[in-house]
Design a protein around this ligand. Structure first.
Ligand code: NAD
Ligand code: UD1
Length: 331
């Protein structure tokens, strides 16, 4: 297939790019490099021996976007591009709504005017919001008590995609609701490397492991869980990437959402201990107050993807930690 990958130099997009090329697909990447580096293309080429066509374009630029579609006839778009920092989205809501929602509308306009009718969208478990339920299943309603603009953009985009599918039955749309992606390609060439102080657990642990930060703050140890720390569903990014290949085979008319998670909850403390075990070194950590907005337990019911897409996660958090250590040692 000829596939346009938006946000393809980013963390998840670059891993999916590798899997797509390895499966024989021809891809082009569009990214404005607002949160990624051009060197990622070299790494993709190193791993796959193929350098994808790259367009340094902001999806807010409709003319430039149309130009990409004028020149190539795509079978499918996989849409990763977007801003994703929860705290930043609370400080800069308009930027988030514009960058995530407006740019998606632009993309869909370009697709519609060029008769491209297949799209896979990067959504998030965050669309479920706070329903007092630990394990999320696709039959649950979405948009319940969402606490930040980032999460709301994912919910809004899903609503837009549902309406588009109703208006035009030729559209085949899959929304993949990611749980907590961690790890990187086993070569250690690709990975997540945020600037500054990371908000997410694994990038923070990485900076503690390299000595860039002194210790990990574990947010809350008085939750109603076995060890008092929060439970999440950490999924290896390569498993997540393979979920996109399965979604391509599962495209069908209409809007369909799938959870991409392992279904296995892991606590923050379990993650710390696993990291210590795999690395063979202590990871300095201390307990800190709860982080506002955190849910005690959130993990996937992955059965729908297993049954309909014939996909399930194979890799463990230990695999992800091992690959993370390779990435750190390559930096
Ligand atoms: P990332 O920031 O590494 O990648 C996103 C890419 O999109 C970046 O390369 C950035 O430069 C690009 N981009 C942003 N706005 C753009 C625009 N207007 N035009 C063109 N390019 C633009 O993030 P990621 O972790 O790879 O996430 C990919 C997608 O998955 C995002 O939509 C994110 O919200 C979603 N998601 C991520 C996670 C996670 O934990 N990483 C969880 C759930 C959902
Ligand atoms: C967060 C976002 C979610 C987003 C996801 C991926 C919130 C409330 N949710 O999910 O919308 O889709 O990131 O970008 O921000 N933790 C620590 N110490 C740290 C960092 C994290 O103890 O320094 C704990 C958190 O309290 C949480 C767990 O680790 O229990 C995972 O946190 P994180 O990686 O930020 O992911 P989520 O909160 O699940």
């Amino acid at each position: 297939m000829k596939i346009l990958v938006t946000g393809g130099t980013g963390y998840i997009g670059s891993h999916v790019a590798v899997e797509l090329i390895n499966q024989g697909h021809t891809i082009e990447i569009v990214d404005n490099l607002s949160n990624s580096q051009i060197e990622v293309l070299d790494k993709i080429e190193q791993i796959t021996s193929t350098r994808p066509v790259f367009h340094e374009v902001d999806l807010l630029d409709q003319l430039a976007l149309d130009h990409i579609f004028d020149n190539t006839s795509f079978d499918l778009v996989i849409h990763f591009a977007g801003l994703k920092a929860v705290a930043e989205s609370i400080e800069q809501p308009l930027r988030y709504y514009d960058n995530n929602v407006t740019s998606t509308i632009n993309l869909l306009e370009s697709m519609q005017s060029h008769s491209v009718k297949n799209i896979i969208f990067s959504s998030s478990a965050t669309v479920y919001g706070d329903q007092g339920v630990d394990q999320c299943v696709e039959t649950m309603p979405t948009g319940i008590k969402l606490t930040n603009p980032y999460g709301k953009t994912k919910y809004m985009i899903e609503e837009i995609l549902k309406d588009l599918a109703i208006s035009n039955p030729e559209f085949s749309i899959i929304s993949l609701r990611y749980f907590n992606p961690i790890g990187n390609h086993t070569s250690g060439l690709l990975g997540e490397n945020p600037n500054g102080i990371p908000n997410n657990l694994m990038p923070y642990i990485m900076k503690v492991a390299t000595g860039e930060l002194p210790e990990l703050n574990i947010f809350g140890n008085d939750y109603d869980t076995e060890d008092g720390t929060c439970l999440r569903d950490y999924i290896h990014v390569v498993d997540l990437a393979k979920g996109h290949l399965a979604a391509i085979d599962g495209l069908k008319p209409g809007f369909t959402a799938y959870n991409l998670g392992t279904g296995r909850p892991t606590s923050v403390l379990e993650m710390v201990h696993a990291f210590e075990k795999v690395s063979g070194k202590p990871l300095p950590h201390k307990f800190a107050p709860r982080r506002p907005g955190d849910l005690p337990k959130l993990y996937a019911n992955p059965k729908k993807a297993e049954q309909e897409l014939k996909w399930h996660a194979n890799l463990t958090i230990e695999d992800a930690i091992k690959d993370t250590l390779t990435f750190i040692s390559n930096k």
